[in-house]
Design a protein around this ligand. Structure first.
Ligand SMILES: Nc1ncnc2c1ncn2[C@@H]1O[C@H](COP(=O)(O)OP(=O)(O)OP(=O)(O)O)[C@@H](O)[C@H]1O
Ligand SMILES: [Mg+2]
Length: 362
């Protein structure tokens, strides 16, 4: 968990420093006060990138040259200092004074985000669901990351050969490694999904009151060998300038009953479903890592009625992770006793004393 956090020149946050509570932290403030920016900064420290997909130029405070983030994390008594400095010259990552990559940050500060865009996990294209599944797999099976990186490199090279109109023999020379890594990714994704299944069903019941099913679609025709598909599909790959079959085309299909399907046109229901998936992923990772994750909840009240919001917050409490949540009003969320509360205004944070509890709706 993260104990102290400092950010300077990150979006509207000129210079902030805060001591975080181990369980629940609430940041409240008006529109454009800097709530999402603060969560984005925290997530950047754990991922080396923005969850809003923003470029470095957009993240550096207007008029500044670089932003710096720093955190002290405490995992089971093991203290670590992690830092990120980013300027137009590039990203510099430090973990306990040593240089490293984004994987070192993720290892020190594993986190998940539920923000108002979360419904895209359900309603958007397959890429987000692949990323979701790979994130689970990274935590359940650490070798998944190595295989995933190697696969990405091979895919890039094969696609470059396709676009460069290389001879068929040169393109096909990538096939053996491509197939081997595809099989490895496919197998670890399937196993990880199996491990996460209980949590997915549990949070599906908790948030939507329904049985959810998840079917993994591997990215090529099930009954056919990938090797043969690559050779047979070469003509089309050349036309597309991209490899059409493989785990980079996988998807995670969500199964629900008819009653649920009708409801799932609603944004609020999509948000609940996507949140159930994120909480299940977080629970699976927590169990694998044997330590609590950081969960960033940006404006959880958005799109949800009071009942749904209560269910979401109860599910979050069940997960038992460290939470940093934002809201427009201080009393908009029912938060546990002992939570740390901060008010943010024009990018400046101040502790806000004893929390006010929202009375339960009758
Ligand atoms: N690079 C930057 N430099 C300075 N200010 C920035 C930069 N990028 C964004 N901002 C400003 O930061 C402010 C805070 O934005 P943020 O999205 O964090 O607000 P918020 O509190 O989450 O608001 P809302 O309640 O509407 O979600 C905005 O006024 C935005 O224009
Ligand atoms: Mg916001």
């Amino acid at each position: 968990m993260i104990r102290t956090f400092k950010a300077s020149h990150f979006r509207c946050l000129e210079n902030i420093e805060l001591a975080l509570a181990p369980d629940f932290n609430l940041i409240f403030g008006a529109n454009a006060s800097g709530k999402t920016s603060l969560l984005e900064a925290l997530a950047y420290l754990g991922r080396g990138k923005s969850f809003r997909g923003a470029s470095t130029a957009n993240l550096i405070q207007h008029g500044a040259q670089e932003f710096v983030l720093f955190g002290q994390v405490d995992n089971d008594g093991r203290h670590r200092r992690i830092g990120v400095r980013n300027s137009r010259a590039g990203l510099e990552i430090r973990v306990d004074g040593e240089g490293g990559g984004a994987a070192a940050l993720a290892e020190a500060l594993p986190l998940q985000v539920i923000d108002p865009e979360v419904h895209n996990l359900v309603a958007g294209g397959p890429e987000q669901r692949r990323r979701f599944l790979d994130w689970v797999a990274f935590h359940v099976e650490p070798e998944h990351l190595t295989a995933w990186r190697r696969f990405r490199r091979v895919l890039k090279q094969r696609n470059a050969a396709l676009r460069g109109n290389s001879r068929p023999a040169a393109i096909n020379s990538w096939n053996a490694e491509f197939v081997e890594l595809s099989m490895a990714l496919d197998a670890s994704r399937r196993r990880s999904l199996e491990v996460a299944k209980g949590s997915l069903e549990g949070y599906g019941q908790g948030l939507l009151g329904t049985d959810l099913g998840f079917d993994y679609q591997q990215g090529w025709k099930k009954e056919l060998a990938l090797e043969a598909l690559l050779t047979e599909g070469l003509e089309r790959d050349l036309q597309l300038g991209a490899t059409q079959y493989g785990p980079h085309r996988a998807d995670l299909k969500i199964r629900y009953d008819e009653r649920q399907a009708r409801k799932l046109v609603s944004r609020g229901q999509q948000k609940l479903l996507a949140s159930a998936m994120i909480l299940a992923a977080a629970e699976t990772a927590q169990t694998a890592l044997e330590r609590p994750l950081l969960l960033l909840l940006d404006d959880p009240a958005a799109e949800l009625d009071a009942d749904s919001l209560d269910r979401l917050m109860e599910a979050v409490a069940m997960l038992g992770c460290q939470v940093v949540a934002t809201s427009l009003e201080r009393a908009a969320l029912s938060i546990p006793e002992g939570a740390a509360v901060f008010h943010v205004e024009h990018g400046v944070l101040s502790p806000a004393g004893e929390p006010v509890k929202r009375p339960k709706t009758l």
